[in-house]
Design a protein around this ligand. Structure first.
Ligand code: ARG
Length: 485
């Protein structure tokens, strides 16, 4: 059976209200596939509040410049308010949703005309769906960024909670996924917080870039009517002033692109975090234990606790990237004015938003409930010569040039490996000074060298701003505390 069987039972529909130039019976509503092909109602109805807000601003402006009467305005406002209430209540079941009207804009206008008659027929004065949808999109983007702010707050709280609980545990850091330098768990958590906070600021920044109002641009060229575009913009909290150029305003989807990019970077950041924790949750690492709510079992292997929520967070990154690439591709063929291709923007943007929003919320839950396993982490801290760099820095403090210090420590690591020792602190002071003497820095080491060795000592020694050891973590956590309180 074909997935979309034409509905042959209902009578042939009449012409769309805006297709009167066509001979009777020849409109795009006559073909079931064309009707389905051209509609955006299935995904743009979520713009209804933005559409109504924009329409009210437009109507008030029309009144201000004398294009409609006080009575007309009152009827339009009352009609739109009741439509908003109806849709709030009935959602997808609202009877005004009619696929043959193509989109949210035409459905709401048709319902308004049905309610208030001629006043409703005046609403579209000086307006096209082209500037209307461009406005709706910008209003939606502004709202979506606000919505994401709430979810980001949960994410930040989740990580801060974890940092407060497990942040002091000493752990190895990794570059190339090879043991690097010792840090504290909180230092790494602060890294995710820094990256995610930047994601939030990226979203805020795009709001600034896309805060001019396209309404009043009409279909492409503007209008012969005395529209006061500034007055329209003044009524819209999210926007300041009219767009500079009518053609650009109707044919640009920069707001969607900027949002999709910001969402893609957010998804990428979440995916990196998910990947890291999937590795940490493996039996081989066992650095973390995920809460039972956020793992699943296997239908065959009874012992399994799979980190599916993290894997899906990583996997869904493709949705966000795909949306960005789809939008960029969609826009690259758009000639100076509106082209119907642009209708697809919402399909992609909403998919990316829904996916990233969910992933952020999941991240908040996982962050606040995960436990770092101090015992396991501590048990292997002696492996991987995590303190080698600190030892080189000790030698720098003792007057050895860094490159020479690097060589000395390299030779000491080799010495350990030759003697089957795993830790630099297992060497004797003579061993250290022998290596130093060979590099023409005799007696560079004193017995205090041991205070610079061992992961637990090193994490207390970091002093550069933003460090991932004890001091850096404490400062950063304080700042987060302050920010969240
Ligand atoms: N639903 C359409 C969109 O999202 C509205 C614009 C239609 N404009 C037109 N000139 N046919 O882009």
């Amino acid at each position: 059976m074909p997935p979309h069987k034409p509905n042959t039972s209902s009578p042939a529909p009449g012409p769309k209200p805006w297709e009167h130039a066509k001979p009777t019976g020849s409109g795009s509503a006559q073909d079931e596939l064309a009707t389905r092909f051209v509609e955006s109602l299935s995904y743009d109805r979520r713009l209804y509040t933005h559409d109504i807000t924009g329409s009210i601003a437009h109507a008030r402006m029309l009144r201000k410049v004398g294009l409609i009467s006080v009575k007309d305005l009152a009827a339009i406002e009352k009609g739109l308010a009741s439509i908003r209430k109806e849709i709030d209540k009935q959602g997808d079941a609202w009877p005004g949703w009619k696929i043959e009207l193509e989109d949210v804009h035409m459905c709401i206008e048709a319902a308004l005309i049905e309610k208030v008659g001629d006043a409703g027929r005046k609403l579209h004065t000086g307006r096209s769906r082209n500037d209307q949808v461009a406005l709706d999109l910008k209003l939606w983007v502004a709202d979506a960024v606000n919505e994401l702010d709430k979810v980001f707050a949960q994410v930040f709280r989740g990580f801060v909670l974890l940092a407060q609980r497990d942040g002091a545990i000493v752990m190895p850091s990794y570059t190339h996924l090879q043991r690097a330098q010792p840090i504290v768990v909180g230092g790494e958590i602060m890294a995710w917080l820094a990256a995610l906070e930047r994601c939030q600021r990226r979203l805020h920044a795009l709001r600034l870039l896309n805060s001019d109002n396209p309404l009043g641009s009409g279909a492409i060229a503007g209008s012969c009517l005395p529209l006061d575009r500034k007055a329209t913009a003044d009524q819209l909290d999210a926007l300041v002033g009219p767009t500079f150029n009518a053609i650009d305003a109707t044919a640009s989807r920069d707001a969607a692109l900027d949002m999709a990019y910001a969402l893609a970077v957010t998804a990428m950041t979440l995916s990196r975090w998910a990947e890291q924790w999937i590795i940490y949750a493996s039996t081989e690492f066992s650095f973390i234990t995920l809460d039972g709510r956020y793992t699943t079992g296997s239908s065959m292997m009874p012992q399994k606790r799979n980190p599916d929520m993290l894997e899906l967070t990583r996997g869904r990154t493709g949705t966000a990237y795909g949306s960005l690439v789809a939008l960029l591709t969609m826009c690259k063929g758009i000639t100076v004015g509106y082209n119907r291709d642009l209708q697809e923007d919402k399909r992609h943007l909403f998919a990316a938003y829904d996916s990233v929003r969910d992933s952020l919320e999941m991240c908040a839950r996982i962050a606040s409930t995960t436990k770092f396993n101090e015992k396991t982490i501590t048990a292997s801290l002696g492996r991987g010569f995590l303190d080698a760099t600190a030892l080189a820095e000790y030698l720098v403090v003792r007057g050895v040039p860094f490159r020479t210090a690097h060589q000395i420590v390299g030779s000491l690591v080799r010495l350990c490996e030759e003697r089957n020792l795993h830790e630099l602190s297992q060497l004797k002071l003579e061993d250290f000074n022998h290596a130093c003497a060979q590099a023409k820095h005799p007696r560079a080491c004193q017995s205090d060298v041991y205070d610079w060795l061992g992961a637990a000592n090193v994490v207390k020694r970091y002093r550069s701003a933003g460090n991932a050891g004890v001091s850096g973590f404490e400062i950063q956590l304080k700042q987060w505390d302050k920010r969240l309180s």
